[in-house]
Design a protein around this ligand. Structure first.
Ligand code: DQA
Length: 158
């Protein structure tokens, strides 16, 4: 069975394409997710994508993922820097989550340098524009593949 991955996008990412293109590029979220879906197909991975501007809906999506997903690629937007509730949700679901940003948050305003989420994520990717999602997904797949090989020698799904 292919890996099942949730790609979750937080607040204001629905505005990509017109939102600060100098920082985030000119591709829309649909274009970025469609490119990622093509990559996922080439890696035999099943993706579900979701975007919400509401913190509670992002929490619900993480809780729901516990029932079906093998891992999560998550761009939490500005909640990265503020949300204890999202941090608790990531800890609670016990799935590998990759914190993903289009921009290099460390090269931006100081308030973006702190993430409340990184410490409970598998890894962090940022600064590669739309390619950040592909890098994050590939890292997650390699992690899942390594873990499967350790758990069940011979499993070569990824
Ligand atoms: C972002 C970085 C955050 O600081 C910002 O609030 C966003 C987008 C990124 O993808 O670079 O909304 O997560």
């Amino acid at each position: 069975m292919p890996w099942q991955i949730l790609v979750l996008n937080g607040p204001n990412l629905n505005l990509l394409g017109t939102r600060q293109p100098d920082v985030y590029g000119s591709d829309t979220l649909d274009q970025i997710m469609s490119e990622l879906a093509d990559y996922a197909t080439s890696r035999d991975v099943a993706l579900r994508t979701r975007q919400s501007n509401a913190e509670g809906e992002l929490i619900d999506a993480l809780h729901d993922a516990r029932g079906w997903a093998d891992g999560v690629v998550f761009n939490p937007g500005a909640y990265t820097h503020t949300s204890v509730a999202l941090r608790d949700a990531i800890s609670a679901i016990e799935l590998p989550v990759v914190e993903t940003h289009l921009s290099n948050v460390h090269a931006r305003e100081e308030f973006r340098h702190r993430s409340l989420l990184s410490a409970v994520c598998l890894g962090v990717v940022g600064g590669f524009g739309r390619h950040s999602y592909v890098v994050a997904l590939e890292g997650l797949l390699r992690h899942l593949s390594d873990r499967a090989a350790t758990d069940r020698p011979g499993d070569d799904r990824a």
